[in-house]
Design a protein around this ligand. Structure first.
Ligand SMILES: [Zn+2]
Length: 501
Protein backbone atom coordinates (compact mmCIF):
# COMPACT_ATOMS: atom_id res chain seq x y z
CA UNK A 1 0.00 0.00 0.00
CA UNK A 2 1.17 3.55 -0.68
CA UNK A 3 0.93 6.50 1.70
CA UNK A 4 -2.07 7.64 -0.36
CA UNK A 5 -4.14 4.59 0.58
CA UNK A 6 -6.53 4.36 3.51
CA UNK A 7 -9.84 3.04 4.67
CA UNK A 8 -12.12 5.80 5.93
CA UNK A 9 -14.51 4.37 8.49
CA UNK A 10 -17.51 5.68 10.39
CA UNK A 11 -18.41 8.69 8.24
CA UNK A 12 -21.68 9.75 6.64
CA UNK A 13 -21.53 10.07 2.86
CA UNK A 14 -23.32 13.08 1.40
CA UNK A 15 -26.02 12.51 -1.20
CA UNK A 16 -26.59 16.11 -2.31
CA UNK A 17 -29.35 15.36 -4.80
CA UNK A 18 -31.12 13.17 -2.25
CA UNK A 19 -30.69 15.79 0.51
CA UNK A 20 -29.34 13.15 2.85
CA UNK A 21 -26.25 11.38 4.14
CA UNK A 22 -25.82 7.68 4.82
CA UNK A 23 -23.21 5.78 6.86
CA UNK A 24 -20.51 4.45 4.52
CA UNK A 25 -16.85 3.44 4.45
CA UNK A 26 -14.53 4.56 1.67
CA UNK A 27 -11.50 2.60 0.48
CA UNK A 28 -8.83 4.84 -1.01
CA UNK A 29 -6.03 3.31 -3.06
CA UNK A 30 -3.19 5.26 -4.69
CA UNK A 31 -5.06 8.51 -4.19
CA UNK A 32 -8.27 7.35 -5.87
CA UNK A 33 -11.56 6.10 -4.48
CA UNK A 34 -11.45 2.34 -5.03
CA UNK A 35 -14.69 1.35 -3.31
CA UNK A 36 -17.55 2.78 -1.29
CA UNK A 37 -19.58 0.38 0.84
CA UNK A 38 -21.59 -0.22 3.96
CA UNK A 39 -19.89 0.20 7.35
CA UNK A 40 -17.45 -2.66 7.86
CA UNK A 41 -16.25 -2.61 4.24
CA UNK A 42 -13.38 -5.06 3.77
CA UNK A 43 -9.96 -3.49 3.36
CA UNK A 44 -6.52 -4.86 2.47
CA UNK A 45 -4.46 -5.86 5.46
CA UNK A 46 -2.22 -3.16 6.88
CA UNK A 47 -4.00 -0.25 5.22
CA UNK A 48 -4.19 2.92 7.31
CA UNK A 49 -7.51 3.46 9.03
CA UNK A 50 -8.96 6.95 9.20
CA UNK A 51 -11.69 7.43 11.78
CA UNK A 52 -14.45 9.64 10.36
CA UNK A 53 -16.97 9.16 13.14
CA UNK A 54 -19.43 12.02 13.34
CA UNK A 55 -18.11 13.45 10.09
CA UNK A 56 -20.04 14.32 6.94
CA UNK A 57 -18.00 13.32 3.87
CA UNK A 58 -18.33 15.56 0.83
CA UNK A 59 -16.28 16.01 -2.33
CA UNK A 60 -13.80 18.87 -2.19
CA UNK A 61 -15.27 21.96 -3.80
CA UNK A 62 -13.47 23.56 -6.72
CA UNK A 63 -13.04 27.29 -7.11
CA UNK A 64 -13.54 27.98 -10.82
CA UNK A 65 -12.16 31.53 -10.67
CA UNK A 66 -9.54 32.93 -8.32
CA UNK A 67 -6.53 35.26 -8.51
CA UNK A 68 -3.59 34.29 -6.30
CA UNK A 69 -1.94 37.64 -7.01
CA UNK A 70 -4.60 39.50 -5.02
CA UNK A 71 -4.19 37.67 -1.74
CA UNK A 72 -1.89 40.23 -0.13
CA UNK A 73 -4.26 43.04 -1.12
CA UNK A 74 -7.28 41.58 0.62
CA UNK A 75 -10.25 43.92 1.05
CA UNK A 76 -8.12 46.91 0.19
CA UNK A 77 -10.97 49.05 -1.16
CA UNK A 78 -14.61 49.62 -0.38
CA UNK A 79 -16.83 51.15 -3.07
CA UNK A 80 -15.11 50.10 -6.26
CA UNK A 81 -16.60 49.11 -9.60
CA UNK A 82 -14.77 46.66 -11.84
CA UNK A 83 -13.36 49.52 -13.89
CA UNK A 84 -12.01 51.30 -10.79
CA UNK A 85 -10.45 48.02 -9.72
CA UNK A 86 -8.78 47.65 -13.13
CA UNK A 87 -7.52 51.23 -12.87
CA UNK A 88 -5.87 50.31 -9.56
CA UNK A 89 -4.61 46.81 -10.35
CA UNK A 90 -0.93 47.59 -10.80
CA UNK A 91 -0.96 49.82 -7.73
CA UNK A 92 -2.49 47.13 -5.56
CA UNK A 93 -1.09 43.83 -6.75
CA UNK A 94 1.97 44.78 -8.81
CA UNK A 95 5.59 44.88 -7.71
CA UNK A 96 5.70 41.58 -5.82
CA UNK A 97 9.02 39.80 -5.36
CA UNK A 98 9.23 36.10 -6.17
CA UNK A 99 8.93 35.23 -2.50
CA UNK A 100 5.90 37.49 -2.17
CA UNK A 101 4.25 35.74 -5.11
CA UNK A 102 4.86 32.44 -3.36
CA UNK A 103 3.48 33.76 -0.06
CA UNK A 104 0.46 35.30 -1.75
CA UNK A 105 -0.39 32.04 -3.49
CA UNK A 106 0.22 29.93 -0.40
CA UNK A 107 -2.08 32.14 1.70
CA UNK A 108 -4.93 31.63 -0.75
CA UNK A 109 -4.33 27.90 -1.07
CA UNK A 110 -4.41 27.40 2.69
CA UNK A 111 -7.51 29.53 3.07
CA UNK A 112 -9.35 27.61 0.35
CA UNK A 113 -8.33 24.22 1.76
CA UNK A 114 -9.43 25.18 5.27
CA UNK A 115 -12.82 26.13 3.83
CA UNK A 116 -13.38 22.85 2.01
CA UNK A 117 -12.01 23.69 -1.44
CA UNK A 118 -9.43 21.32 -2.91
CA UNK A 119 -8.73 22.82 -6.35
CA UNK A 120 -8.87 26.15 -8.16
CA UNK A 121 -8.54 27.85 -11.52
CA UNK A 122 -5.99 30.56 -10.70
CA UNK A 123 -5.84 33.52 -13.07
CA UNK A 124 -2.29 34.35 -12.21
CA UNK A 125 -1.24 37.99 -12.45
CA UNK A 126 2.19 39.52 -12.90
CA UNK A 127 2.96 42.99 -14.18
CA UNK A 128 3.92 43.74 -16.87
CA UNK A 129 4.05 40.09 -17.97
CA UNK A 130 4.04 36.60 -16.51
CA UNK A 131 7.48 35.13 -15.94
CA UNK A 132 8.70 31.56 -15.75
CA UNK A 133 10.01 32.06 -12.21
CA UNK A 134 6.78 33.72 -11.06
CA UNK A 135 4.57 30.96 -12.41
CA UNK A 136 6.82 28.33 -10.84
CA UNK A 137 6.69 30.16 -7.48
CA UNK A 138 2.90 29.97 -7.57
CA UNK A 139 2.97 26.30 -8.59
CA UNK A 140 5.40 25.55 -5.74
CA UNK A 141 3.00 27.17 -3.27
CA UNK A 142 0.13 24.93 -4.43
CA UNK A 143 2.44 21.89 -4.28
CA UNK A 144 3.53 22.78 -0.73
CA UNK A 145 -0.08 23.30 0.36
CA UNK A 146 -1.12 20.04 -1.30
CA UNK A 147 -3.84 21.73 -3.33
CA UNK A 148 -4.82 21.23 -6.97
CA UNK A 149 -4.60 24.18 -9.34
CA UNK A 150 -4.88 25.12 -12.96
CA UNK A 151 -2.63 28.17 -13.23
CA UNK A 152 -3.68 30.46 -16.06
CA UNK A 153 -1.33 33.45 -16.43
CA UNK A 154 -3.21 36.57 -17.52
CA UNK A 155 -2.09 38.03 -20.84
CA UNK A 156 -3.00 41.16 -22.79
CA UNK A 157 -1.59 43.23 -25.62
CA UNK A 158 -3.73 46.32 -25.08
CA UNK A 159 -3.91 48.35 -21.87
CA UNK A 160 -7.11 49.04 -19.94
CA UNK A 161 -6.94 52.69 -21.05
CA UNK A 162 -6.64 51.73 -24.73
CA UNK A 163 -9.27 49.00 -24.54
CA UNK A 164 -12.19 51.36 -23.89
CA UNK A 165 -12.78 53.57 -26.92
CA UNK A 166 -12.19 57.21 -25.99
CA UNK A 167 -10.84 56.62 -22.48
CA UNK A 168 -7.19 57.21 -23.36
CA UNK A 169 -8.08 60.53 -25.00
CA UNK A 170 -10.02 61.54 -21.90
CA UNK A 171 -7.03 61.12 -19.57
CA UNK A 172 -5.31 64.29 -18.34
CA UNK A 173 -1.70 65.13 -19.15
CA UNK A 174 0.87 63.68 -18.58
CA UNK A 175 -0.91 60.34 -18.21
CA UNK A 176 -2.43 60.41 -21.69
CA UNK A 177 1.01 60.67 -23.26
CA UNK A 178 2.44 58.05 -20.90
CA UNK A 179 -0.23 55.43 -21.64
CA UNK A 180 -0.33 56.30 -25.35
CA UNK A 181 3.33 55.44 -25.80
CA UNK A 182 3.42 52.33 -23.56
CA UNK A 183 3.78 49.22 -25.69
CA UNK A 184 2.89 45.67 -24.66
CA UNK A 185 5.15 42.77 -25.59
CA UNK A 186 3.93 41.28 -28.90
CA UNK A 187 1.43 38.51 -28.28
CA UNK A 188 3.54 35.83 -29.95
CA UNK A 189 6.33 36.56 -27.47
CA UNK A 190 3.85 36.29 -24.60
CA UNK A 191 2.73 32.84 -25.78
CA UNK A 192 6.38 31.85 -26.22
CA UNK A 193 6.89 32.48 -22.49
CA UNK A 194 4.02 30.12 -21.67
CA UNK A 195 5.32 27.48 -24.08
CA UNK A 196 8.72 27.66 -22.43
CA UNK A 197 7.20 27.27 -18.97
CA UNK A 198 5.25 24.24 -20.18
CA UNK A 199 8.36 22.59 -21.56
CA UNK A 200 10.14 22.90 -18.23
CA UNK A 201 7.16 21.93 -16.05
CA UNK A 202 8.38 19.72 -13.22
CA UNK A 203 5.12 19.56 -11.27
CA UNK A 204 2.70 16.64 -11.26
CA UNK A 205 0.42 17.57 -14.16
CA UNK A 206 -2.48 15.68 -12.64
CA UNK A 207 -2.44 18.08 -9.72
CA UNK A 208 -0.94 21.35 -10.94
CA UNK A 209 -1.16 22.32 -14.56
CA UNK A 210 -1.21 25.32 -16.87
CA UNK A 211 -3.77 27.17 -18.97
CA UNK A 212 -3.83 30.73 -20.34
CA UNK A 213 -6.06 33.68 -19.56
CA UNK A 214 -6.16 36.46 -22.13
CA UNK A 215 -7.53 38.78 -19.45
CA UNK A 216 -10.51 40.49 -21.11
CA UNK A 217 -11.30 40.08 -24.83
CA UNK A 218 -11.18 43.83 -25.50
CA UNK A 219 -7.76 44.01 -23.82
CA UNK A 220 -6.44 41.77 -26.60
CA UNK A 221 -6.18 42.28 -30.34
CA UNK A 222 -8.21 39.91 -32.50
CA UNK A 223 -4.97 38.41 -33.81
CA UNK A 224 -3.94 37.65 -30.25
CA UNK A 225 -7.26 36.00 -29.37
CA UNK A 226 -7.21 33.81 -32.46
CA UNK A 227 -3.54 32.96 -31.90
CA UNK A 228 -4.18 32.15 -28.25
CA UNK A 229 -7.07 29.85 -29.18
CA UNK A 230 -4.83 27.96 -31.62
CA UNK A 231 -2.14 27.78 -28.95
CA UNK A 232 -4.52 26.19 -26.41
CA UNK A 233 -5.72 23.66 -28.97
CA UNK A 234 -2.16 22.73 -29.94
CA UNK A 235 -1.16 22.25 -26.29
CA UNK A 236 -4.40 20.73 -25.03
CA UNK A 237 -4.88 23.38 -22.33
CA UNK A 238 -7.67 25.67 -21.11
CA UNK A 239 -8.56 29.20 -22.23
CA UNK A 240 -10.11 31.41 -19.54
CA UNK A 241 -11.20 35.04 -19.91
CA UNK A 242 -13.37 37.65 -18.18
CA UNK A 243 -16.39 37.84 -20.46
CA UNK A 244 -19.07 40.55 -20.30
CA UNK A 245 -18.41 40.98 -16.60
CA UNK A 246 -19.74 44.54 -16.29
CA UNK A 247 -22.36 46.56 -18.11
CA UNK A 248 -19.52 48.85 -19.22
CA UNK A 249 -17.85 45.92 -20.99
CA UNK A 250 -21.10 44.86 -22.65
CA UNK A 251 -21.62 48.39 -24.01
CA UNK A 252 -18.11 49.17 -25.24
CA UNK A 253 -17.62 45.59 -26.44
CA UNK A 254 -20.47 46.16 -28.87
CA UNK A 255 -19.03 49.54 -29.84
CA UNK A 256 -15.70 47.91 -30.61
CA UNK A 257 -16.91 44.77 -32.38
CA UNK A 258 -20.31 45.70 -33.77
CA UNK A 259 -21.57 42.57 -32.06
CA UNK A 260 -21.32 41.04 -28.61
CA UNK A 261 -17.91 40.04 -27.25
CA UNK A 262 -19.16 36.43 -27.13
CA UNK A 263 -20.08 36.55 -30.83
CA UNK A 264 -16.68 38.04 -31.59
CA UNK A 265 -14.94 35.21 -29.73
CA UNK A 266 -16.97 32.68 -31.66
CA UNK A 267 -15.97 34.27 -34.97
CA UNK A 268 -12.33 34.14 -33.91
CA UNK A 269 -12.57 30.41 -33.14
CA UNK A 270 -12.08 30.83 -29.40
CA UNK A 271 -15.17 29.05 -28.08
CA UNK A 272 -14.85 25.34 -27.38
CA UNK A 273 -14.97 22.76 -24.58
CA UNK A 274 -11.70 24.14 -23.15
CA UNK A 275 -13.14 27.67 -22.91
CA UNK A 276 -14.25 29.19 -19.59
CA UNK A 277 -16.03 32.52 -19.44
CA UNK A 278 -15.62 34.18 -16.06
CA UNK A 279 -18.65 36.13 -14.79
CA UNK A 280 -20.67 36.27 -18.04
CA UNK A 281 -23.15 38.62 -16.36
CA UNK A 282 -24.04 40.65 -19.45
CA UNK A 283 -24.52 37.81 -21.92
CA UNK A 284 -27.88 37.55 -23.69
CA UNK A 285 -29.73 34.43 -24.79
CA UNK A 286 -27.85 34.28 -28.10
CA UNK A 287 -24.53 34.47 -26.26
CA UNK A 288 -25.64 31.76 -23.84
CA UNK A 289 -26.62 29.55 -26.78
CA UNK A 290 -23.22 30.09 -28.43
CA UNK A 291 -21.39 29.15 -25.25
CA UNK A 292 -23.59 26.09 -24.65
CA UNK A 293 -23.33 24.86 -28.24
CA UNK A 294 -19.54 25.12 -28.05
CA UNK A 295 -19.48 22.96 -24.90
CA UNK A 296 -17.89 25.85 -22.98
CA UNK A 297 -18.21 26.65 -19.26
CA UNK A 298 -19.08 29.69 -17.20
CA UNK A 299 -17.30 30.49 -13.93
CA UNK A 300 -20.05 32.17 -11.93
CA UNK A 301 -18.76 34.56 -9.26
CA UNK A 302 -21.82 35.89 -7.45
CA UNK A 303 -19.92 37.42 -4.53
CA UNK A 304 -17.66 39.47 -6.77
CA UNK A 305 -20.56 40.41 -9.05
CA UNK A 306 -22.41 41.91 -6.09
CA UNK A 307 -19.31 43.42 -4.43
CA UNK A 308 -18.33 45.32 -7.60
CA UNK A 309 -21.93 46.12 -8.56
CA UNK A 310 -21.49 44.18 -11.80
CA UNK A 311 -25.00 42.72 -11.79
CA UNK A 312 -26.73 39.36 -11.45
CA UNK A 313 -25.79 36.59 -13.87
CA UNK A 314 -28.70 34.76 -15.53
CA UNK A 315 -27.75 31.35 -14.17
CA UNK A 316 -31.20 29.80 -14.67
CA UNK A 317 -31.15 30.73 -18.34
CA UNK A 318 -27.68 29.17 -18.62
CA UNK A 319 -28.76 25.90 -17.01
CA UNK A 320 -31.96 25.82 -19.11
CA UNK A 321 -29.83 26.03 -22.25
CA UNK A 322 -27.51 23.23 -21.09
CA UNK A 323 -24.52 25.48 -20.43
CA UNK A 324 -22.07 24.15 -17.84
CA UNK A 325 -21.77 26.51 -14.87
CA UNK A 326 -18.99 26.28 -12.30
CA UNK A 327 -18.70 28.43 -9.21
CA UNK A 328 -15.91 30.74 -8.09
CA UNK A 329 -15.03 33.36 -5.54
CA UNK A 330 -12.84 35.70 -7.62
CA UNK A 331 -10.02 37.58 -5.89
CA UNK A 332 -9.55 38.56 -2.25
CA UNK A 333 -9.48 42.15 -3.56
CA UNK A 334 -13.09 41.97 -4.70
CA UNK A 335 -14.81 39.18 -2.84
CA UNK A 336 -12.62 38.88 0.16
CA UNK A 337 -13.09 35.40 1.61
CA UNK A 338 -12.12 32.68 -0.91
CA UNK A 339 -14.94 30.76 0.74
CA UNK A 340 -16.81 28.37 -1.52
CA UNK A 341 -19.53 27.85 1.07
CA UNK A 342 -20.19 31.58 0.91
CA UNK A 343 -20.07 31.42 -2.90
CA UNK A 344 -22.74 28.72 -2.85
CA UNK A 345 -24.97 30.76 -0.58
CA UNK A 346 -24.49 33.88 -2.72
CA UNK A 347 -25.27 31.90 -5.90
CA UNK A 348 -28.46 30.66 -4.35
CA UNK A 349 -29.57 34.03 -3.00
CA UNK A 350 -28.57 35.88 -6.18
CA UNK A 351 -30.88 33.64 -8.20
CA UNK A 352 -33.80 34.62 -5.95
CA UNK A 353 -33.67 38.39 -6.27
CA UNK A 354 -34.18 38.21 -10.03
CA UNK A 355 -37.86 37.35 -10.06
CA UNK A 356 -40.81 36.10 -8.07
CA UNK A 357 -41.23 32.69 -9.74
CA UNK A 358 -39.66 30.42 -7.14
CA UNK A 359 -39.55 27.53 -9.60
CA UNK A 360 -36.85 29.46 -11.49
CA UNK A 361 -34.59 29.96 -8.48
CA UNK A 362 -31.55 27.72 -8.09
CA UNK A 363 -32.12 24.79 -5.76
CA UNK A 364 -29.45 23.86 -3.23
CA UNK A 365 -28.55 20.61 -5.06
CA UNK A 366 -28.10 22.66 -8.25
CA UNK A 367 -25.80 25.11 -6.49
CA UNK A 368 -23.81 22.29 -4.91
CA UNK A 369 -23.38 20.67 -8.34
CA UNK A 370 -21.99 23.97 -9.67
CA UNK A 371 -19.40 24.15 -6.87
CA UNK A 372 -18.24 20.59 -7.47
CA UNK A 373 -18.97 18.90 -10.81
CA UNK A 374 -19.56 22.15 -12.73
CA UNK A 375 -16.25 23.65 -11.62
CA UNK A 376 -14.41 20.35 -12.16
CA UNK A 377 -15.57 20.33 -15.77
CA UNK A 378 -14.44 23.94 -16.24
CA UNK A 379 -10.95 22.99 -15.02
CA UNK A 380 -10.87 20.06 -17.44
CA UNK A 381 -11.15 17.41 -14.73
CA UNK A 382 -14.83 16.51 -15.00
CA UNK A 383 -14.05 12.80 -15.28
CA UNK A 384 -12.17 12.53 -11.97
CA UNK A 385 -13.06 15.41 -9.64
CA UNK A 386 -16.24 16.79 -8.10
CA UNK A 387 -17.84 13.54 -6.91
CA UNK A 388 -17.20 10.86 -4.33
CA UNK A 389 -17.50 7.71 -6.42
CA UNK A 390 -15.25 4.81 -7.40
CA UNK A 391 -12.70 5.92 -9.97
CA UNK A 392 -12.73 9.55 -8.82
CA UNK A 393 -9.77 11.09 -6.99
CA UNK A 394 -9.92 10.96 -3.21
CA UNK A 395 -10.46 14.70 -2.63
CA UNK A 396 -12.62 14.55 0.46
CA UNK A 397 -13.79 17.16 2.96
CA UNK A 398 -14.65 16.02 6.49
CA UNK A 399 -17.25 18.21 8.19
CA UNK A 400 -17.77 17.98 11.94
CA UNK A 401 -21.44 17.20 12.52
CA UNK A 402 -21.02 18.32 16.13
CA UNK A 403 -20.43 21.89 14.92
CA UNK A 404 -23.34 24.22 15.70
CA UNK A 405 -23.95 24.67 11.96
CA UNK A 406 -25.31 21.12 12.02
CA UNK A 407 -27.30 21.13 15.24
CA UNK A 408 -29.97 20.02 14.69
CA UNK A 409 -29.57 18.24 11.38
CA UNK A 410 -32.68 18.67 9.21
CA UNK A 411 -31.87 18.85 5.49
CA UNK A 412 -28.24 18.03 4.66
CA UNK A 413 -28.00 19.87 1.34
CA UNK A 414 -29.86 22.97 2.49
CA UNK A 415 -27.64 23.22 5.55
CA UNK A 416 -24.53 22.75 3.44
CA UNK A 417 -25.48 25.60 1.12
CA UNK A 418 -27.35 27.92 3.46
CA UNK A 419 -25.89 27.36 6.94
CA UNK A 420 -22.35 26.02 6.60
CA UNK A 421 -19.69 28.74 6.45
CA UNK A 422 -16.54 26.63 6.59
CA UNK A 423 -16.25 26.53 10.37
CA UNK A 424 -17.26 22.85 10.49
CA UNK A 425 -14.39 21.80 8.17
CA UNK A 426 -12.26 19.50 10.32
CA UNK A 427 -9.99 17.77 7.80
CA UNK A 428 -9.36 17.78 4.06
CA UNK A 429 -7.86 15.07 1.88
CA UNK A 430 -6.44 15.64 -1.61
CA UNK A 431 -5.40 12.66 -3.70
CA UNK A 432 -5.66 10.46 -0.61
CA UNK A 433 -3.32 12.66 1.47
CA UNK A 434 -4.49 14.64 4.49
CA UNK A 435 -3.42 18.18 3.68
CA UNK A 436 -5.52 19.71 6.49
CA UNK A 437 -5.89 17.54 9.58
CA UNK A 438 -7.97 18.45 12.59
CA UNK A 439 -7.74 22.14 11.66
CA UNK A 440 -3.98 22.16 11.18
CA UNK A 441 -1.75 22.18 8.10
CA UNK A 442 0.92 19.50 8.45
CA UNK A 443 4.33 20.93 7.59
CA UNK A 444 3.25 24.58 7.40
CA UNK A 445 4.64 27.08 9.93
CA UNK A 446 1.64 29.39 10.25
CA UNK A 447 3.35 31.86 12.62
CA UNK A 448 6.19 32.35 10.17
CA UNK A 449 3.79 32.67 7.23
CA UNK A 450 1.81 35.29 9.09
CA UNK A 451 4.93 37.38 9.76
CA UNK A 452 6.09 37.13 6.16
CA UNK A 453 2.66 38.01 4.79
CA UNK A 454 2.38 41.11 6.97
CA UNK A 455 5.83 42.36 6.10
CA UNK A 456 5.15 41.73 2.41
CA UNK A 457 1.90 43.70 2.57
CA UNK A 458 3.65 46.53 4.43
CA UNK A 459 6.55 46.61 1.97
CA UNK A 460 4.23 46.63 -1.05
CA UNK A 461 2.22 49.51 0.39
CA UNK A 462 5.37 51.63 0.36
CA UNK A 463 6.81 50.31 -2.89
CA UNK A 464 3.59 50.93 -4.82
CA UNK A 465 2.88 54.39 -3.38
CA UNK A 466 3.72 56.15 -6.63
CA UNK A 467 1.47 53.86 -8.68
CA UNK A 468 -1.29 54.37 -6.15
CA UNK A 469 -0.99 58.12 -6.61
CA UNK A 470 -1.36 57.67 -10.38
CA UNK A 471 -4.42 55.45 -9.90
CA UNK A 472 -5.94 57.98 -7.49
CA UNK A 473 -5.37 60.82 -9.97
CA UNK A 474 -7.08 58.89 -12.75
CA UNK A 475 -9.91 57.49 -10.65
CA UNK A 476 -12.33 60.44 -11.12
CA UNK A 477 -11.81 60.35 -14.90
CA UNK A 478 -12.34 56.58 -15.11
CA UNK A 479 -15.37 56.79 -12.83
CA UNK A 480 -16.96 59.55 -14.88
CA UNK A 481 -16.16 58.04 -18.30
CA UNK A 482 -17.21 54.49 -17.40
CA UNK A 483 -20.20 55.68 -15.40
CA UNK A 484 -21.52 57.34 -18.57
CA UNK A 485 -20.91 54.15 -20.58
CA UNK A 486 -22.77 52.12 -17.97
CA UNK A 487 -25.85 54.27 -18.49
CA UNK A 488 -25.99 53.86 -22.27
CA UNK A 489 -28.91 51.85 -23.66
CA UNK A 490 -28.42 48.10 -23.67
CA UNK A 491 -30.91 45.39 -24.53
CA UNK A 492 -30.56 43.20 -21.42
CA UNK A 493 -30.95 43.97 -17.73
CA UNK A 494 -28.84 42.37 -15.03
CA UNK A 495 -29.32 44.69 -12.07
CA UNK A 496 -31.95 43.83 -9.51
CA UNK A 497 -34.91 46.09 -9.86
CA UNK A 498 -34.62 45.68 -13.63
CA UNK A 499 -36.28 43.19 -15.92
CA UNK A 500 -37.55 39.95 -14.41
CA UNK A 501 -35.18 37.14 -15.41
ZN1 LIG B 1 -11.20 37.59 -12.25
Amino acid sequence: MTERSAIIRGGCLLDAAGRSATPADILVQDGAIAQIGDPGLAAPEGVAVFDASDRLLMPGMINAHAHSGGNLARSIHDKWTLELLLNGTVANVGGQTLEEKYISTLLGALEMLSKGCTGCYDLFYEFPLPSEDGIKAAAQAYADAGMRAVIAPMLADRSFYRAIPGLLEALPDPYREQFATAQALPWQAQLDIIAQVMRGWAFDRDRITLAIAPSIPMHCTDEFLAGAAAFTRDHGIGFHTHLAESRVQAVYGRQRYGRSPTAQLRCLGVLGPNFTAAHAVWVDDDDIAMLADAGASVAHNPGSNMRLGSGMAATRRMLDRGLNVGLGTDSRVCSDNLNMFEAMRFASYASRVQGPDHERWLSTPEVFAMATEGSAKALGFGDRLGRLAPGYRADIVFLDLGNLNWVPLNDTTNQLVFAEDGTAVDSVMVDGRLVYHQRRFPGIDMASLRRKAQSAADRLRGANAEMRAVAAALEPVVACFCGALAREPHHIHRFTGGEIA
